[in-house]
Design a binder for this molecule. Structure first.
Ligand code: NAP
Length: 97
């Protein structure tokens, strides 16, 4: 499974990329130094192509826009009726093994 890790070259993100790889996932580190910038949108579409999961562990300031857009907790949901569940990434990955 392709997992894009925004901030995947940082202290936390690089550890996550390593762990995802150890679990057999295609973990793609996405950060300015790999040509992906979530604030400007540079390289973002290419990085996200085919991704099943996107994790953001970047240190971009939360007050900034995301690829030029203001986002809220429900911005990326598929519709108004989407239900949010609570699960940690580790638990979710373990259930998919
Ligand atoms: N480290 C901790 O102990 C700790 C604890 C609790 C919470 N956190 C939070 O976890 C997050 C990551 O922390 P960290 O210590 O791993 O930070 P970090 O080592 O500074 O790494 C930050 C990552 O974000 C990337 N990044 C910065 N601007 C970006 C942008 N516009 N688009 C895409 N990627 C961008 C950086 O890429 P470049 O290197 O290319 O700039 C880098 O890969 C932060 O929000 C931090 O507040 C950290």
């Amino acid at each position: 499974m392709k997992v894009v890790v925004i901030g995947g070259t940082g202290l936390i993100g690089s550890k996550l990329v390593t762990k995802l790889g150890e679990h057999g996932h295609e973990a793609v580190p996405a950060a300015p130094n790999t040509g992906v910038n979530t604030l400007t949108g540079e390289g973002l579409a290419e990085a996200l192509d085919g991704a099943a999961v996107v994790v953001d562990v970047s240190n971009s300031p939360s007050f900034a826009s995301y690829s030029g857009a203001r986002i809220s907790e429900r911005t990326l949901l598929p519709g108004p009726d989407a239900q949010l569940g609570e699960i940690t990434l580790g638990t979710w990955l373990a259930q998919r093994q």
